[in-house]
Ligand binder design. Structure first.
Ligand code: BGC
Ligand code: MG
Length: 508
């Protein structure tokens, strides 16, 4: 199931991800095939035609491995199988085969930082007890004082101490939920098992991996100490890369949560770093420009392409981040042109092409362990994880044949379904399709360097040095003159060569 040889040949000149459009599928929420209200692999397969129409080069699937779902699959009990909730290995193989036929590659999420507490390794560590070899695969420590105090004061990313005490009194480390014990990367079984996992999926035809918590692996080698540039982490990435290099054209994309943390982009480590600077920037020309410039300079000299992301399954959707309502939608559309005009790799998060807002869910519907565990201090991530509306006039909008969906879908999404938007040339989906098509085919999108024009305060305009595409953005509340050039596409209506507020335009 390796990719056909022509891919390997093309790679001599340029890797497939050079300016790829990657589309993140949050598997629970994309499409459900079996009526249980939870998205699954067959659901993804059934919608490949849509993804091809959108112009997607690669899918990024969130974890679908057997899991107790304490963190919706980021707690993996067996990294080399499919949870029955999402299908089985045959369904996975069918998806890869059909995606390939649609010209779409499949990449998957690796979760090397931790396992599920239900993983056989952790179960045996608990049973084998203090001092046992089985405990060495995780980070068990004795407590402080009389043993009842956690070994140190670390807090988990989901709130509360990063240590949980076992029945025999020892503590184990979990940077996330207690159901996600951190692995000890200094133990040889741990890298050995990851290599098996890589090969397992590469042999089934995947084109690459997103390495979850790529920088968080930092506390692994030896004593816990997050944030340090441990040689051990470079070693892990080199090991991953070595296996990938045996499968030409396979990608290692690191999830890097800390800006400027691109230090693992090396010729023998990660190919790409997931960059969330655009997520962090408000809708303000200066802030967006700064995010773009910092992202470009972070990869300058590494040989790696920049990557751009406006949304993922962990953050509030951009329409809502930019203020919600009509203004939020206008701004999100403008930012789509800003992002899709940039050189490098673009990551879309499923539903952003529909202009979906975050959903304000009733508390009783919330499922995110981060919200629950933090005593409701940390915001729930459920609002950006609501299932996608496909067709029809009421929930579940073709997402499932059943009546229930794992998170409730708002009736107002009637006007945001794929079906509705495909027919409307002014819809957000049509804007994305048009922009993606131009980005793919138009020569103006060549070149990896940007020049910035002088622009009025609250506005910017960049130009691709190679192909000559200009992109102008207006984040003020008054119209400004368009820069010179012929209009290719605008995120909203223009009048008399003026760029209205909350609007972006492409010119050439
Ligand atoms: C994922 C989160 C998850 C966390 C723990 C992150 O990188 O994106 O959704 O909660 O890893 O595995
Ligand atoms: Mg299902």
């Amino acid at each position: 199931m390796r990719h056909p040889p022509e891919h390997a040949e093309q790679r001599v000149y340029r890797s497939w991800w050079h300016d790829a459009l990657c589309y993140q599928v949050y598997i629970r929420s994309f499409a459900d095939s079996d009526g249980d209200g939870v998205g699954d692999l067959e659901g993804v397969r059934s919608r490949l035609g849509y993804l091809e129409l959108l112009g997607v080069d690669a899918l990024g699937l969130t974890p679908f491995y057997p899991s107790p779902m304490a963190d919706h699959g980021y707690d993996v009990a067996n990294p080399r199988d499919v949870d029955r909730l999402f299908g089985d290995l045959d369904a996975f193989d069918r998806l890869v085969t059909e995606a390939t036929a649609h010209g779409i590659r499949v990449t998957i999420d690796l979760v090397p930082n931790h396992t599920s507490a239900a993983h056989p390794w952790f179960q045996s560590a608990l049973l084998s007890g203090r001092g046992s070899a089985a405990r060495e695969r995780y980070l068990f420590r004795d407590g402080g004082g009389d043993g009842s105090v956690p070994p140190n004061n670390w807090v988990s990313a989901f709130g509360g101490p990063a240590w949980t005490r076992t029945q025999d009194g020892q503590w184990y480390l979990h940077l996330f939920a207690p159901e996600q014990p951190d692995l000890n990367w200094a133990h040889p079984d741990v890298p050995g098992d990851l290599i098996r996992t890589l090969r397992f999926w590469l042999d089934r035809g995947v084109s690459g991996f997103r390495v979850d918590v790529a920088n968080g692996l930092a506390e692994l080698a030896g004593e816990p100490d997050p944030g340090r540039d441990h040689d051990g982490v470079h070693e892990i990435h080199r090991m991953i890369r070595k296996v990938l290099d045996e499968y030409p054209g396979s990608l290692a994309l690191g999830q890097i949560q800390v800006a400027g943390d691109e230090r693992y982009l090396r010729p023998d480590e990660l190919h790409l770093a997931d960059n969330v600077q655009l997520v962090a920037a408000e809708f303000d020309a200066d802030a967006v420009r700064r995010a773009i410039e910092e992202s470009l300079s972070a990869v300058a000299g590494t040989g790696a392409q920049p990557t751009w992301t406006l949304a993922n399954h962990d953050v509030v959707r951009q329409v809502s981040r930019y203020g919600g309502g009509a203004a939020g939608t206008r701004r999100a559309r403008a930012m789509a042109l800003v992002e899709l005009g940039l050189p490098g790799v673009v990551h879309l998060y499923n539903g952003e092409e529909l202009g979906l807002p975050d959903v304000d869910l009733p508390e009783a519907a919330l499922r995110d362990p981060r919200w629950k565990r933090s005593g409701h201090r940390l915001p729930a991530r459920d609002g950006c994880r609501v299932p996608l509306p496909w067709e029809g006039t009421e929930p579940p909008f073709g997402f499932t044949d059943g009546t229930r969906t794992w998170l409730p879908m708002p009736p107002e999404w009637m006007v945001l379904t794929v079906e509705q938007q495909l027919e409307d040339p002014d819809s957000t989906l049509s804007l994305y399709r048009h922009a993606i098509e131009l980005r793919r085919r138009h020569p103006a999108f060549a070149g990896s360097t940007l020049d910035w024009f002088g622009a009025p305060a609250g506005c910017f305009a960049y130009r691709r040095r190679g192909g000559g595409l200009s992109c102008a953005l207006n984040t003020t509340s008054a119209p400004v003159p368009l820069p010179p050039g012929e209009l290719l596409l605008a995120s909203g209506p223009l009048a008399d060569r003026m760029l209205p507020p909350d609007t972006a335009a492409w010119l050439v």
